[in-house]
Design a protein around this ligand. Structure first.
Ligand SMILES: Nc1ncnc2c1ncn2[C@@H]1O[C@H](COP(=O)(O)OP(=O)(O)OP(=O)(O)O)[C@@H](O)[C@H]1O
Ligand SMILES: CCCCCCCCCCCCC/C=C/[C@@H](O)[C@H](CO)NC(C)=O
Ligand SMILES: [Ca+2]
Length: 551
């Protein structure tokens, strides 16, 4: 890294005016600052902006939002920059476009300022994108994708000198197919304007394209995947926008556009989900069986409701009071590195993620071997012991990140890490309806949803799920009631663990006496027949199979 002193070639200092107030403005390469100077030459307030956070520099007195206007004066220039806002109860996370219009003593000085600022931007912000491929889903969320992009985002991209090729999708999977097949030369990144489903399309398209070009078969669980060269930007315009919320901290199109402009990036864990025969799927937020799968399946029938469909379907599915049999096997992550109950929060620059990256990718400069070293860990016997549990579950969820969103501000697993190579497996055993409601309700507050006797959370590197044999064929079964809250002592629990990833025996069932004793107060709903298998919710998409292997 070069220091400010070494960058004085990009530096500049002079008096500038804003209205009738005089400022001393200083550009030192890495920073641009301006200090108000009073009549006695005393310094007053200083504003300091890292050059990396300057969004654009324009000659004249320029406005961008809500509409572009230019007053072309030859001694003035306007600087646009990232301004952290305290609005929305998320101090520092909400970004706004700051703007300051300076007047210079002469046109020559004005030209010097614009030239130096632009040169500093080039030198100190090399990761900014110049050309982006933008996909807009016109039907995501409240169907405002087009409006959000054209009114809030496009003017910012234009200001930052980014040229965008915009595709408004006409069908599901168009964006994915485009990324898989079309020429992507010259693009520095791709952007989705939509929700988690659109992000998922881009993720599948880019991962698939990269493997195709490398001649690899991504559907083969044994294959070590190659990293993707392009980044994905998300302009939130969906219903849950969980990937945006969990990575940026807020769901706000302007904030996200500014992150894209300055070339910010955040690595993400991606979980591969293989069926025995079908195509691989990828998940970054929620891979959920049981409650979350049922909510998604129900909500697809009510898309017309927009984002409200999840609340409605959540209530319907909750009242249907279902639980499902399952066999879950998991490969625990190293408990010395982190834990899902350690109360940490993963933010940009997180030390757990940095240490994990260092450990997983020791030769990270060589990106070709980077993923090989990562994935090979799952095929070796030395990577620990698989644990297996079997029983009835309200839900089985695997989340690679916190999966926070507006409905659940701390998320499904508040201490999960964005890029540590692990996911959190949440097992919610069959329980009394009020117990399950308590679990769900705790997602909406700061109360610990894992501090319940029927809930387990494990930090894992891989998971296998299947339903006990015979269940796949059995379409309906009689609901035999439900267990009340159970604890370790109440479970018939035989835990045996064997090495080398082979099947262990662990029978873990809720006490049948408890199940019988529980009074089904939601009687009308409980007496209905219910399907014996649920579906998987993979980041908002339904998977067409129940037996999966995830890593
Ligand atoms: N033109 C289109 N017509 C129909 N479906 C589309 C179109 N473009 C994209 N899709 C599909 O719509 C699905 C949902 O879109 P999106 O994720 O943007 O919104 P959402 O479901 O409301 O939000 P969230 O995923 O955050 O809950 C995506 O899975 C995507 O494949
Ligand atoms: C009595 C109050 C009940 C409130 C229940 C709150 C539970 C909220 C948990 C939300 C988790 C969302 C995880 C995100 C999943 C996304 O991948 C997916 C696609 O957008 N969204 C959904 C809803 O499946
Ligand atoms: Ca993770």
């Amino acid at each position: 890294r070069r220091t400010d002193d070494q960058n004085m070639d990009l530096g500049l200092e002079s008096s500038l005016w804003v209205g009738n107030k005089r400022y001393r403005a200083v550009l030192t390469g890495w920073h641009f600052k301006w200090t108000e100077v009073d009549k006695k030459n005393r310094d007053k307030k200083t504003v300091l902006v890292p050059v990396a956070e300057v969004a654009g520099v324009e000659e004249g007195r320029v406005e961008i939002l809500p509409q572009k206007s230019v007053e072309d004066t030859d001694k003035d220039f306007t600087v646009f920059y990232v301004k952290r806002s305290s609005g929305g109860g998320s101090y520092g996370l909400l970004w706004r476009l700051g703007r300051i219009q300076f007047s210079c003593a002469s046109r020559v000085l004005r030209d010097q300022w614009t030239k130096h600022l632009r040169a500093a931007l080039k030198t100190h912000s090399p990761l900014r994108p110049h050309r982006l491929l933008v996909f807009i889903n016109p039907f995501g969320g409240k169907k405002k994708g087009r409006q959000i992009y054209h009114s809030l985002v496009a003017p910012l991209f234009e200001l930052a000198g980014i040229s965008s090729h915009v595709i408004v999708t006409e069908r599901a999977n168009q964006a994915r197919d485009h990324l898989l097949k079309k020429d992507l030369t010259g693009f520095d990144g791709v952007v989705c304007v939509g929700g988690d489903g659109m992000f998922s399309e881009l993720l599948h398209g880019l991962i698939g394209r990269t493997q195709q070009e490398a001649g690899l078969c991504e559907n083969d669980p044994a294959v070590a995947l190659q990293p993707c060269p392009l980044h994905i930007g998300i302009i939130p315009a969906g219903s849950t926008d969980c990937v945006c919320f969990a990575t940026v901290g807020v769901v706000d199109p302007v904030t996200s556009a500014l992150h894209i402009i300055i070339g910010d990036s955040q690595p993400l864990d991606v979980c591969s989900v293989h069926d025995v025969s079908a195509q691989v799927r990828y998940s970054v937020s929620l891979l959920g069986y049981g409650f979350y799968g049922d909510v998604l399946a129900e909500s697809e029938k009510h898309r017309w409701m927009g984002p409200l469909r999840y609340d409605y379907s959540g209530a319907v599915v909750y009242l249907s009071n279902r639980s499902y049999s399952g066999i879950v096997q998991y490969l625990p992550a190293d408990p010395l590195l982190s834990s899902p109950r350690d109360k940490t929060r993963c933010l940009a620059g997180c030390s757990v993620c940095s240490r994990s990256t260092e450990r997983l990718f020791p030769h990270s400069s060589d990106s070709g071997s980077l993923y090989s070293s990562h994935f090979s860990q799952f095929s070796t016997d030395s990577e620990g012991e698989w644990v297996s549990v079997e029983g009835r579950f309200r839900c089985v969820s695997l989340t690679c990140m916190s999966s926070s969103c507006a409905r659940s501000p701390l998320g499904l697993s508040p201490s999960a890490h964005l890029a540590d190579g692990t996911g959190d497996l949440i097992l919610v055993w069959d329980t009394h309806p009020l117990g399950f409601l308590k679990f769900l309700y705790r997602h909406t507050s700061t109360q610990d949803q894992f501090d319940l006797p029927f809930v387990e959370v494990h930090r894992v590197k891989a998971v296998r799920f299947s339903v006990p044999s015979g269940r796949e064929e059995q379409e309906y079964e009689e609901i035999g009631g439900f267990s009340s809250e159970i604890d370790e002592g109440q479970r018939e629990c035989v835990d045996t663990v064997s090495r080398n990833g082979s099947q262990q025996h662990l029978a873990q069932r809720a006490m049948t006496s408890e199940r019988k004793a529980a009074t089904p107060f939601l009687c009308g709903l409980c007496c209905k027949k219910s399907p014996s298998v649920s579906v998987w919710n993979c980041d908002g998409e339904i998977l067409p199979f129940t037996k999966i292997v995830c890593k």
